[in-house]
Write a protein that binds this ligand. Structure first.
Ligand SMILES: [Zn+2]
Length: 199
């Protein structure tokens, strides 16, 4: 895994969607060889720092509106906001905080015994958070984006981008999408992972 890897845009294609249209961008040379995708909404002024959401893939939440987390609602919020204004979603294929879908389902089963998401991942032999943001930084550089306004509650994403040489001019929280099922999960993210979410 070389740091000198030059990441390049592989393909740009516009896709009309339920809520509007985005340009989907694929890349070559990403260090983890995952199929991360950038969705660019209405980016007319290429000199200004775009609003950016780094969204980690959540099969259960993004596609099936799982009530166990808030991922699907955060993704929809970003799509609606960027479609109305402008912005870039980096859709990162880092399911289950980087442990993958099958392991995430194992972790959910453990959480049904009363432990939280972080304890469950530890019991399965994984770290606190297995994600990394090198690819996110490389994708932005390939898109010639040097500074951003980041839509996130997760200070690790701010630091992760800054470590890749991307300037975070501003950090905006997402909405709070609380339900009786995901309340403990959101509390664990705030108490154990430093998320800046008011619930
Ligand atoms: Zn989720």
């Amino acid at each position: 895994m070389s740091n000198t890897n030059q990441v390049k845009v592989r393909q740009r294609v516009k896709i009309k969607m339920g809520q509007g249209e985005a340009e989907f961008v694929s890349f070559e040379g990403l260090h983890d060889n995952k199929e991360h995708v950038a969705l660019i909404f209405n980016r007319a002024d290429k000199r200004s720092a775009p609003k950016v959401r780094i969204h980690s893939e959540c099969f259960t939440g993004d596609i099936f509106s799982s009530a166990r987390c808030d991922c699907g609602q955060q993704l929809n919020e970003a799509v609606d906001k960027f479609n109305d204004e402008s912005g870039i979603i980096l859709y990162m294929r880092q399911e289950g905080r980087g442990i993958g879908l099958y392991n995430k389902l194992d972790a959910y089963k453990l959480q049904d015994t009363g432990i939280d998401t972080f304890e469950a991942n530890h019991q399965l032999g994984f770290g606190h958070d297995e994600r990394d943001y090198k690819s996110a930084g490389d994708m932005l550089k390939a898109l010639a984006v040097k500074s951003v306004q980041l839509l996130t509650n997760n200070p690790k994403k701010v630091r992760g981008l800054e470590e890749q040489g991307i300037e975070v001019l501003k950090h905006m929280n997402t909405g709070a999408f609380v339900n009786p099922v995901n309340l403990d999960y959101l509390k664990a993210k705030i108490e154990k992972d430093g998320h800046t979410l008011a619930i």
